[in-house]
Design a protein around this ligand. Structure first.
Ligand SMILES: [Zn+2]
Length: 500
C-alpha cells in the first residue's frame, strides 16, 4: 500500500463529503418518488457521480430511472447498489417525534432509501479516491436501482445482463441495529388474477349473470385451504385490486386480485404458484367465468456470502458504527416513547434472537444501537423478500444494516420516515458509507477476496441463475387490470413458469 494509512485513506472520502451527502439525502427524502417514477432522485445521484468523473449509462434493463455509473479500469469490478424509491402514504415531517403528515396521503421515505442511495454513493466516491491515491487497478460501479418497494427493479436489471462483468456487489440497508445481513430472504412471485364473467341485474336476471367477484372470493377460499398443504415457510397473501364495482344490484362482470407467493427458494415458489393457478382455474370453472393470470414480477431469495460477510464484519467493527451525539440520543428517546410496550418487547425479542442476548440487553436500556452486532454464522431465514436477492444469485453479494433510527423503529412507519431525514439517519448513513468504502479498499488491495467469494457462490448455485420473471414480462406492468383477459394467457404464463 506504498506506506499509505489504508484505513484512513479508504474512508476519508466519505468524511470530506459528508455535508454534501447529507443534503443530497435530504433532497431525495423531499422528492419522495415511488416505484419506477424516480427520475428526479436518479438525476440527483447520477449528476453527483458525473461531476466526480464517473461515466453514466441510463435506461438499464428497460427502466428509464435505472442507471450505472462507472469509474476506474480493470478488475476487480465492484458494484455498489443504491436505491431511492419511497412509499405511498408515508408522508411525515422531518425529524419530528410526533406523527405529522406533510402532504395529505403523500409519499414518504418510510424505508430510508434516500439514505441507502446516498450512503452507497458516498462509498463509491471514497473508493474512487482510494484507487487514485493507491494507483491500484480496479473499477467501482454505482448501480442506481429504482423500484425496490414495488417493481423488482434489480430483477429486471439482472435479467437484462446489467451485472455482467461485475465481480461482486456490496450494499446496505438502513435499520435500527448495526449488523451484517447474513440471513436468507424468501423468493416471491407476484401475479394478477383477473376474472371475466357477465353483468346482469342481480334481482331481475341473476340467472343470466356470471359473477367475477364470486370467482375472486372462491379463489381466496381455495387459497386459504391451500395454505395448510404447503411448506410452513411459505407465505401466500392477496389483495382484491378490483372488486368489480360498488353496486350490489349488478352482477360484477370483471374482478381481480393480486397475489404474492413466497417460499425459501424460487422452484418452491413456482410449485406453489402453479397450484394457486389451479385454484384460480377451479374458481373460474365453478362460476362460469374466464380467468387471465398475469405474472407481474418475481424476486429470487437472497443468498448471503460468507467471505463477504466476514470482510464486512471486520470493516464494521473498525469503522462502521454511527457516531451518535447526545442530541441524537435525546431525540431517539423521544421516538422510543411513541412505541407501545408490545412493539418494544417484540423488537427486543427479535434482537435477542438475531443479534444475541448481550446486545439485546444493552438495547433494552439504550435508545440507539451504537456497537456492531456479532456476526451470525448459522442459517437464518427472514420472512421478507428483496430484489437484492437476484443480484446475490448472480454475483457474490455482501450487505450491512446500519442504525439510522431509534432501536425498535419498524420500517414502513412514520417514525422511520421522520428519522430518515434526521441527524440520526445521517450518522447511520455515514457509517454505512465508511464500512462499504473500507470493504472496497480491502478488495482492491487483495483481489483474492473477490475470487474466494465467487468460488463460494459457484459452489452454492453451480453458476446458474434463472430469472424468476419470464422474458415477455416488461418492467412496470403491475398496474391494476392492465392486461386484457385472453384465453391463451393462462397456458402461456404456465409454460413460462414451467420453462424456467
Ligand atoms: Zn427497504
Amino acid at each position: 500500500m506504498g506506506g499509505m494509512n489504508g484505513e484512513a485513506d479508504a474512508t476519508a472520502g466519505v468524511d470530506a463529503r459528508l455535508e454534501g451527502l447529507c443534503s443530497l439525502s435530504d433532497a431525495i427524502w423531499r422528492y419522495a418518488e415511488t416505484g419506477f417514477d424516480v427520475d428526479r432522485s436518479a438525476a440527483a445521484l447520477r449528476g453527483t457521480l458525473e461531476a466526480e468523473g464517473f461515466e453514466a449509462r441510463t435506461g438499464i434493463g428497460g427502466i428509464d430511472a435505472a442507471f450505472m455509473a462507472s469509474w476506474g479500469k480493470g478488475a476487480p469490478v465492484i458494484a455498489l447498489l443504491g436505491e431511492y424509491d419511497a412509499l405511498p402514504g408515508m408522508s411525515q415531517a422531518a425529524a419530528s417525534p410526533q406523527k405529522a403528515e406533510v402532504v395529505e396521503g403523500g409519499n414518504g421515505h418510510g424505508c430510508g432509501h434516500n439514505l441507502l442511495g446516498v450512503g452507497s454513493l458516498g462509498a463509491a466516491l471514497a473508493a474512487k479516491d482510494f484507487l487514485v491515491a493507491s494507483g491500484l487497478p480496479g473499477t467501482v460501479r454505482y448501480y442506481g436501482c429504482p423500484g425496490e418497494e414495488r417493481g423488482a427493479g434489480k430483477t429486471f436489471m439482472a435479467r437484462a445482463g446489467a451485472f455482467d462483468g461485475v465481480d461482486l456487489a456490496l450494499t446496505w440497508h438502513p435499520g435500527d441495529v448495526n449488523s451484517v445481513l447474513q440471513a436468507r430472504t424468501l423468493a416471491n412471485l407476484s401475479a394478477y388474477f383477473r376474472f371475466t364473467g357477465k353483468a346482469a341485474h342481480a334481482a331481475n336476471a341473476p340467472h343470466l349473470g356470471r359473477s367475477a367477484l364470486d370467482a375472486v372470493e372462491l379463489m381466496n377460499v381455495g387459497a386459504n385451504y391451500l395454505r395448510e398443504h404447503v411448506i410452513p415457510e411459505a407465505r401466500i397473501h392477496y389483495a382484491i385490486t378490483n372488486p368489480g364495482g360498488r353496486a350490489p344490484n349488478v352482477v360484477q362482470d370483471v374482478a381481480e386480485s393480486h397475489y404474492f407467493c413466497r417460499a425459501p427458494r424460487v422452484p418452491q415458489a413456482r410449485e406453489i404458484f402453479a397450484r394457486l393457478c389451479d385454484v384460480a382455474r377451479g374458481a373460474a370453472l365453478m362460476t362460469g367465468t374466464a380467468c387471465a393470470i398475469r405474472l407481474s414480477e418475481g424476486l429470487s431469495d437472497y443468498l448471503p456470502n460468507g467471505i463477504l460477510g466476514e470482510l464486512l464484519q471486520r470493516c464494521m467493527e473498525r469503522k462502521g458504527t454511527p457516531a451518535f451525539s447526545d442530541e441524537d440520543r435525546g431525540l431517539a428517546r423521544r421516538f422510543r416513547e411513541t412505541f407501545s410496550p408490545a412493539e418494544l418487547a417484540s423488537a427486543l425479542s427479535q434482537a435477542r434472537h438475531s443479534q444475541g442476548a448481550e446486545l439485546a440487553d444493552r438495547l433494552a436500556g439504550s435508545p440507539l444501537a451504537e456497537g456492531a452486532s456479532p456476526l451470525f454464522r448459522g442459517d437464518a431465514l427472514l420472512p421478507g423478500s428483496t430484489d437484492v436477492g437476484d443480484v446475490s444469485q448472480l454475483v457474490p453479494t455482501g450487505q450491512v444494516i446500519c442504525a439510522c433510527a431509534a432501536f425498535g423503529t419498524a420500517p414502513h412507519t412514520w417514525q422511520f420516515t421522520a428519522q430518515a431525514a434526521s441527524s440520526i439517519g445521517h450518522a447511520g448513513m455515514a457509517a454505512a458509507a465508511r464500512v462499504l468504502a473500507l470493504a472496497c479498499a480491502e478488495i482492491f488491495a487483495d483481489p483474492g477476496i473477490a475470487e474466494r467469494a465467487r468460488e463460494e457462490l459457484r459452489a452454492k448455485t453451480g453458476g446458474v441463475y434463472e430469472c424468476p420473471i419470464p422474458d415477455d414480462i416488461q418492467p412496470g406492468g403491475d398496474g391494476e387490470a392492465a392486461a386484457e383477459p385472453r384465453s391463451d394467457q393462462v397456458s402461456r404464463v404456465r409454460s413460462g413458469i414451467g420453462g424456467q
